[in-house]
Design a protein around this ligand. Structure first.
Ligand code: CAA
Length: 399
């Protein structure tokens, strides 16, 4: 199988508003350093009800698709753990809003924050068998733990869109990866609950334990590949989590590597970490898209990264499923990623006060069967939720 397959285009789309962590710290009586250093977050993206997962996802995808893509996409896969419908897939809305060719299939996948990786791997396998076709993968989430909870400073919202093709411009993904499943209750959300249930400290321990188990498996099965990984990126529910994972592997004594070789490898990974967490620090946890936001951050800001380098992506979904995938950065990755427009989008966001945040947070969509026009919350160009009528959501595009 010689054809390279992987991420041809990648974009991020964020809610227009954010809350500074010092605003939140002040309101909750916490020391700001707990949030900015202990947890490692500066800002938290705050969605309005017009910016639901469909609007966020459609806006992310519209940043990367051209007319030719729309005729060659065979599948639209939506990864989310913020679904509002147990039956109709979020991707059916996206398929219409983005005018993808009618004979494409559209469906939704779920396994907490791991889901986008499952979608990406399915997409790659499909394209490996049909190299002239493409798959659109979208991940969009709104992370909600509840006002005043321990999880509150680790909230966020946003979407990532990835176009998967043969001969990709950004990242060619290796066919072999290491996956693991371990049935646990670290973070979950029963269908009747608006908020996630979370065992905070257990969840961070389990994450590190699973990372170490995956790394041991890769050490055993393909140590050479492991030693070639120049930077390791992580699912980042909060940026400190990645640092914790790195140091847990570092202190794991059993290894096929000599102490010197492992120290050298970890030195490289630690050296890249801050750049790979830069965007995540400004957004918070976007669940399914969080790993790919970190990957984007590494590619945009690490000056010591170049085409031909091997990068590892550690995907973790509570519950728990994880996968370490690897790939190689492609020649035209920087042109394809449009760094200036990503930075512009981050800079154009607006800060809100704690009162505005709580007001947005408490605003829920009506659950009756009447017609409701949703009041405009921003003037931003893009797709937004405009109306709910008889439990059906309708979207418009604002110029
Ligand atoms: N200055 C600097 N650091 C400070 C500080 C200060 N003034 N005060 C406290 N800290 C440090 C603490 O020492 C601690 O650091 P370490 O973890 O390195 O020891 C850190 O700040 C956090 O302090 P606490 O552990 O006391 O914080 P907490 O009990 O309020 O909860 C949390 C933190 C567990 C992350 C909580 O926010 C949470 O439950 N978040 C959601 C769950 C989560 O994200 N889990 C991650 C793994 S699961 C996953 O990845 C799936 C997913 O997306 C959810």
């Amino acid at each position: 199988m010689d054809t390279k397959v992987g991420i041809d285009k990648l974009s991020v789309y964020l809610p227009h508003f954010y809350l500074e962590m010092d605003e939140l710290a002040k309101a909750r009586g916490a020391e700001v350093e707990k949030y900015t250093i202990g947890i490692g977050q500066n800002k938290m993206a705050v969605p309005t009800i017009q910016e639901d997962i469909i609007a966020l996802g459609a806006n992310a995808a519209s940043l990367i698709l051209d007319d030719e893509d729309k005729t060659t996409i065979d599948q639209v896969i939506f990864a989310t753990e913020s679904s509002f419908d147990f039956s109709k897939a979020a991707s059916t809305y996206i398929h219409e809003l983005l005018e993808i060719q009618p004979f494409a299939k559209s469906f939704e996948v779920k396994e907490a924050c791991y889901a986008a990786t499952a979608a990406l791997q399915m997409a790659c396998d499909y394209v490996r068998l049909r190299p002239d076709r493409k798959v659109l993968v979208i991940s969009a989430d709104e992370s909600r733990y509840g006002l005043g909870t321990a999880g509150e400073p680790t909230q966020g919202a946003g979407a990532i869109a990835m176009l998967i093709s043969a001969n990709p411009q950004i990242f060619a993904i290796d066919m072999d990866s290491i996956s693991i499943t371990d049935n646990q209750f670290d973070f979950w959300r029963p269908s009747y609950s608006e908020f996630a249930m979370v065992e905070g400290s257990f969840s961070t321990e389990l994450y590190q334990d699973i990372f170490k188990r995956v790394m041991s498996q890769l050490e055993e099965t393909d140590p050479e590949k492991l030693s070639q990984i120049k930077a390791m990126t992580f699912h980042l529910p909060f940026t400190k989590m990645g640092r914790k994972a790195l140091s847990s592997y570092e202190s794991q004594e059993k290894s096929v590597f000599t102490k010197e070789d492992k120290t050298e490898l970890l030195k490289q990974w630690n050296g890249h970490f801050e750049n790979s967490a830069r965007l995540n620090r400004e957004v918070g946890n976007i669940y399914t898209g969080s790993l790919f936001l970190s990957f984007l951050s590494l590619l945009l800001f690490s000056e010591d990264i170049q085409s031909g380098d091997k990068v590892g992506l550690f995907s973790y979904g509570s519950g728990a499923v994880a996968e370490l995938l690897t790939g190689t950065i492609q020649e035209h990755y920087l042109t394809a990623l449009k760094k200036e427009s990503v930075i512009q989008q981050f800079n154009q966001r607006e800060a809100i006060t704690i009162d505005q945040y709580e007001q947005f947070y408490n605003e829920l969509l009506p659950a009756d069967d009447k017609k409701h026009i949703i009041a405009d919350s921003t003037k931003e160009e893009g797709f937004y939720l405009s109306e709910v009528d008889a439990h059906r959501r309708y979207y418009k595009y604002r110029n």
